[in-house]
Ligand binder design. Structure first.
Ligand SMILES: Nc1ncnc2c1ncn2[C@@H]1O[C@H](COP(=O)(O)OP(=O)(O)OP(=O)(O)O)[C@@H](O)[C@H]1O
Ligand SMILES: [Mg+2]
Length: 485
């Protein structure tokens, strides 16, 4: 408690007799408690709180003031204006003081404490002085704690904002705008999310953003790479074990789901989970409980799950490698990340972003980029998506001498696969420059491809085998294409 500045009180009381009694009740503690202002009803009280924010610590409020704003409504309005200010209500004896409902309605409206005034024949005090004074001190202490909490919440919030800044999802293209809208929409819910997308499209980044925008943002975000844990260890990593549950278990081990309790678990490459772990995961999702190795009873955990995959999980289900029930549980909200080459000008936006980032990192001026170089970047296929783009920029910045030319970006160490445009051009040649119906195009492709495979095969059965076809099907298809086997 700050002894230097006394507790500042605003008294809302319309009877002089009671104003005098309140003043007298706190008089003994004049150095610690100060009645800063007195008003006779709600409106001037709100005006003062409005014009002098932070001035008052406590409002002492008579419940039965005549006219104007009063009662629970006034309490609510004061708390809306200044949530930290504490309110002590004093009421006339005439109110049924044993009425618990009355008391709880005051507390519900936001009051800190309430007391019934002494009868009028007690002229010195409005209430038993030590109780009255103690309640003022307690109210002040509560305000101090709430203020502290607000400050540390604000500090935490700043950290979260800094993280969100560092993990910003860049992109203005339509699919990226839709993705960002979906993140805003679903982050606040506790729904399980399945993030799908090819390698390097930003799945982990999306998971981070969902976590940082969720109500779990102050708790942990625990990424688990299901493909990176040796099969035999998946269960103990995820769910932990008890001491002595198997040879070598000399101490109990916390599973990652326990570490993440109240936070978010990010299950990366979820398709790689072995079947036994899939069963246990399903149980976590259904019951909110984990089964630790070597423990009879289960342990309750509360986690939000975000899973990611670069495989087509529904195909994994169809082919029996992934449990269907688990798939439905995980994909309550499916989010699909499109490949970078479908994001148009975002390629250049990301390129410039990483260029600034890595130049600052190396403490060099941002290199100029020739328009021709930009065109090449824009037309490149980007099989490794944003991760590849990021690496490409890093290499370019390391090698750059103030300028990035078309030659620089075309270097095989920079862009590794053929240009997308070139690939498209070869498709154009395919139909002699014409756009053909798909069926026709497929026929041309099959004919050429079958010819080619036969030319490098020892026999037709060998060619069929290479193509993954039964020989009888291969013969039939060759006949249909006019290629006599
Ligand atoms: N839209 C974006 N804006 C800014 N940076 C991005 C964006 N998408 C991805 N990145 C960056 O690209 C890199 C790869 O992203 P991330 O690791 O999230 O991809 P991923 O889909 O999880 O890849 P993988 O399948 O290889 O695990 C990271 O450095 C990430 O910060
Ligand atoms: Mg990843």
């Amino acid at each position: 408690m700050n002894i230097a500045t006394p507790i500042q009180i605003l008294l809302v009381e319309d009877e002089d007799f009671d104003v005098a009694r309140v003043r007298n009740t706190v008089k003994l503690f004049a150095s610690r408690i100060r009645i800063a202002d007195v008003v006779s009803n709600g409106n001037p009280a709100l005006d003062l709180l409005n014009s002098k924010p932070d001035k008052y610590d406590i409002v002492i409020l008579d419940f039965q003031i005549s006219g104007g704003l009063r009662g629970e409504e006034l309490i609510q309005r004061i708390k809306e204006l200044d949530p930290l200010v504490q309110i002590i209500v004093i009421t006339k004896m005439t109110i049924n003081m044993t009425d618990l409902e009355f008391a709880s309605s005051l507390l519900k409206a936001g009051a800190f404490w309430y007391c019934t005034k002494y009868p009028g024949n007690i002229e010195e005090y409005v209430y038993q002085p030590t109780d009255f004074i103690l309640s003022i001190f307690n109210a002040f202490e509560k305000k101090r704690l709430e203020k502290q909490r607000l400050r540390s919440d604000k500090r935490l919030m700043k950290n979260i904002e800094a993280l969100l800044d560092a993990k910003a999802i860049l992109g203005e293209s339509k699919p990226m705008q839709q993705l960002k809208e979906a993140i805003e929409k679903y982050a606040r819910s506790d729904a399980n999310i399945l993030v799908m997308g090819a390698s390097g499209t930003g799945k982990e980044l999306v998971a981070w953003n969902i976590h940082l925008k969720s109500k779990r943002r102050f708790e942990s975000f625990v990424p688990i790479n299901c493909g990176g844990i040796p099969q035999g260890l998946v269960e103990s990593e995820l769910f932990g074990y008890e001491k002595g549950s198997f040879t070598g278990a000399s101490a109990p081990k916390l599973g990652l789901f326990e570490v993440a309790n109240n936070g978010t678990v990010f299950l990366d490459e979820v398709s790689e989970l072995p079947p036994q772990a899939q069963v246990k995961l399903l149980r976590v999702l259904q019951e909110g409980e984990i089964e630790k190795i070597g423990r009879k009873s289960s342990v309750a955990v509360n986690v939000r799950l975000i899973a990611a995959t670069n495989k087509d999980l529904s195909k994994e289900v169809n082919e029996g490698r992934f449990r269907e029930d688990l798939y439905y549980r995980l994909s309550v909200v499916p989010l699909e990340l499109v490949p970078l080459r479908q994001r148009g000008e975002d390629i250049l936006l990301l390129f410039d972003h990483f260029l600034t980032y890595f130049s600052a990192d190396l403490n060099i001026p941002v290199p100029e980029v020739d328009p021709k170089a930009r065109e090449i970047l824009l037309n490149y296929k980007w099989p490794g998506n944003v991760r590849e783009l990021r690496n490409v920029v890093q290499r370019l910045v390391l090698d750059s001498e103030g300028r990035i030319s078309a030659k620089d970006v075309s270097h095989p160490m920079i862009l590794r696969s053929p240009l997308y445009k070139e690939e498209l051009a070869s498709l154009k040649e395919f139909g002699n420059g014409q756009v053909l119906p798909l069926r026709e195009m497929e026929r041309i492709f099959r004919t050429n491809y079958f010819r080619y495979v036969r030319s490098i095969s020892s026999s037709d059965s060998n060619a069929a085998e290479k193509l993954g076809l039964a020989p009888s099907n291969f013969f039939r298809m060759c006949k249909e294409l006019g290629l006599k086997p």
